[in-house]
Design a protein around this ligand. Structure first.
Ligand code: IFM
Length: 468
């Protein structure tokens, strides 16, 4: 295949503050909802938390070296929200800003373009009201988020032009407020829709202050996007997949792209609220003018792609679908997620078509493969190499069909704290020995570095089978 990666293509890797930094109390860092949530018994597999993680708050220079050794020219990291705003509102913490200031300078000096994420889930605990209120359920949190965005971009905006306001609004709503599996641990399907709306509103308000602080800003949201495909080619399953697509993808993308909330999913949510006797409707939550604020600015669509959802019609629950598959002998990561690179091409083509050819940035793509060091001290993670090759070819295919993609940021630079799943799943290009903090670049890091340096995907190695 002819590889169309342009010379200025951004080849990078991504991380987030709570997942790698540790040092949770250094430099007057405030308590975050994840510091609190991880103390609840049984919520984290293996019982871990982010108190040490990869120790990157101390060892961040080593992380920059990993990027330069690979030859990457982009890095997505997040500023710790509760570090910068320990009390939620009312004044930023200069020591935390100094820290990120140094990091940005070092990246720029190394020729690495920073993508800074503002909310990668470590909200200040001070924005919660008790255990199960406040946070994104409170409209005022969208304003507090804009205040934080103002502090960070006023400090770094002279050198950083690419900003990601929110990471995965759907996942925040789903895991944080609907199922209670992530901080702040609220399980309330009706009120979760309020949280999701405020996350989007926070994007809109933050985008406005970013534009005021940053010359030539590029603002996006890193959206978790799951292509929803019907289990069978029947009308009920096709309708189920379309409804699920509304719930997962369009409910967030449409308003961010200035199209307002999609009518079918709005009706779906109104039905949920009525059945649950929520005592409020969406008109009480989505106020006049909100959709205008949310849709005001989206310079690129951030695509977090991991897998697809195979959906079949269902009845009797809140939502008219169930995720059924895929079934059978498909390639899967060590987390059991289907490896589906062709669905990645389809997703990119569809985003280009449905959202006015807006530029895309792959803000996350990766998989769990549990390989560790072998007798030679190296990590021979051939399956990650195959995963990378197949997804980069899928990306190249979409680009060769005319889709504008500005960059690819692999999740993740390092093995790290995978939220409720603790430290078991390893997503990194770099192996981390959590006892010592030692970093060991995996074979996939060398492979990816070769792609980044040459702009070419090496020919398939017959020893590494394709995922399809
Ligand atoms: O680790 C997470 C990340 O924080 C957000 N996107 C998905 C990744 C893998 O689950």
């Amino acid at each position: 295949m002819t590889i169309p990666f342009p010379a200025d293509f951004l080849w990078g890797a991504a991380t987030s503050a709570y997942q790698i930094e540790g040092s949770r109390t250094a430099d007057h860092t405030g308590l975050s909802v994840w510091d609190t949530f991880t103390r609840r018994p049984g919520v984290i597999e293996g019982g871990g938390d982010g108190s040490i993680a990869c120790d990157s708050y101390q060892r961040w220079r080593e992380d920059v070296s990993l990027l330069t050794t690979m030859g990457l020219n982009a890095y997505r990291f997040s500023t710790g929200w509760s570090r910068v705003m320990p009390d939620g509102t009312g004044g930023a913490n200069p020591l935390a800003l100094d820290h990120y200031d140094r990091q940005v300078d070092a990246l720029l000096e190394a020729g690495i373009t920073p993508f800074v994420t503002l909310n990668h889930w470590d909200m200040p605990q001070a924005l919660m009201t008790g255990e199960d209120d406040g946070g994104w359920l409170a409209r005022s949190t969208a304003e507090a988020f804009a205040e934080y965005a103002d502090a960070v971009t006023a400090r770094l905006g002279d050198r950083v032009s690419r900003w990601i306001t929110q990471c995965e609004p759907w996942i925040v709503q789903l895991l944080g407020y609907q199922l209670g599996l992530h901080a702040p641990g609220i399980a309330d399907v009706a009120r979760s829709v309020i949280a999701g709306h405020h996350v989007l509103l926070g994007h809109g308000l933050a985008a406005e202050v970013i534009a005021a602080n940053v010359p030539d800003p590029q603002v996006g949201v890193a959206s978790s996007l799951f292509p929803c495909v019907p289990a069978t080619d029947t009308e009920p399953d096709r309708a189920a997949a379309h409804a699920s697509d509304g719930y997962v993808n369009r409910w967030y993308l449409d308003p961010l792209a200035g199209k307002g909330y999609p009518t079918d999913t709005r009706e779906l949510w109104e039905g949920v609220l009525a059945r649950r006797g929520a005592g409020f409707t969406l008109d009480d939550v989505i106020l006049d003018g909100d959709e205008g604020i949310i849709g005001r600015r989206l310079d690129f669509i951030g695509v977090n792609y991991y897998t697809r959802r195979v959906c079949a019609a269902a009845s009797g629950g809140d939502f008219p679908w169930k995720v059924v598959g895929p079934t059978g002998d498909v390639a899967r990561s060590d987390e059991g997620w289907e490896i589906a690179p062709r669905a990645f091409t389809d997703l990119l083509l569809r985003l280009d078509r449905d959202y006015d050819h807006r530029p895309l940035v792959v803000t996350e793509n990766g998989a769990v493969f549990g390989d560790g060091p072998t007798h030679d001290g190296k990590v021979h993670d051939n399956r990650r190499i195959a995963f990378l090759r197949d997804h980069l070819e899928a990306l190249a295919e979409a680009m060769s069909q005319g889709v504008t993609v500005l960059g690819y940021l692999h999740w993740s630079l390092l093995d790290n704290f995978e939220w409720a799943l603790g430290y078991r799943p390893r997503f990194g290009l770099t192996y981390v020995d959590y006892r010592t903090g030692e970093r060991i670049p995996k074979d996939s890091a060398r492979y990816y570095g070769q792609v980044a340096r040459t702009g070419r995907i090496p020919a398939a190695d017959p020893a590494i089978p394709a995922f399809g």
